[in-house]
Design a binder for this molecule. Sequence first.
Ligand SMILES: Nc1nc2c(ncn2[C@@H]2O[C@H](COP(=O)(O)OP(=O)(O)OP(=O)(O)O)[C@@H](O)[C@H]2O)c(=O)[nH]1
Ligand SMILES: [Mg+2]
Length: 226
Amino acid sequence: MINNQTICLLIPTLNEEEGLKKVLGIIPSYIDRVLIVDGESTDKTHEIAKEFGADIVVEPRRGYGRAMKTGFENVKEDWLITLDADGTYPTSEIEGLVKYAIEKNHKFLSASRFPLDDKNAISQRNFLGNTFITWITNFLFNTKMVDGSSGMWIIHISALKEFKLQRNDWLFSNEIKIVAALNPKIGFHERAINFMPRFGETKVRNPWGIGLKLLLYIFAKKIFGG
Ligand SMILES: Nc1nc2c(ncn2[C@@H]2O[C@H](COP(=O)(O)OP(=O)(O)OP(=O)(O)O)[C@@H](O)[C@H]2O)c(=O)[nH]1
Ligand SMILES: [Mg+2]
């Protein structure tokens, strides 16, 4: 608990045995529950989650966004924190982020990876792509995001029901920020964190294709809404 409010840490996993072990090994004691949404991993992800006492929900349907939505449906605590199982996001900064959100009365706080402390955490190509796409997002939606693709968010339980989210894939991460920013009942706020290099193999095979898909998605979201 933080300030008498309960905390759920939500982590989607797909074959992340290496990173998950590192992440669960340093879970701060104020986290009331770790909820793993696992996409039927074929490595030791499941065993590791069990070993560390996490709750596990199996979501056989593919996609990062699908896993997140299934996680959202299973949250009962006052605050939900999301992050990846690959050790890139700092569990040590959760307390500061939640206290900040409570103090400022923010229902949705995104943890910005930028400015980068560790320049090796993201390739220069991905950094430039991210910066460009976040700039386009800000231009189209009149937002002031620094990082439109961060996977670490702090959400108050009361805001969860306000989200109407369509994407089941990784575009969910961009969608949730735009939706939060456009919905006056939620609102978008950001705070910088220390982002670190990944543990375990990346599954991202075609970064240029991903960048293009993201760009098209943002324009389509602006034109067609939804
Ligand atoms: N349950 C579930 N989890 C997923 C799925 N796809 C990705 N994940 C998890 O979602 C988190 C984010 O995915 P990553 O593969 O790290 O995506 P990324 O950060 O864009 O890519 P990297 O640069 O390789 O880290 C990780 O913890 C993954 O294990 C899926 O289809 N199902
Ligand atoms: Mg990752």
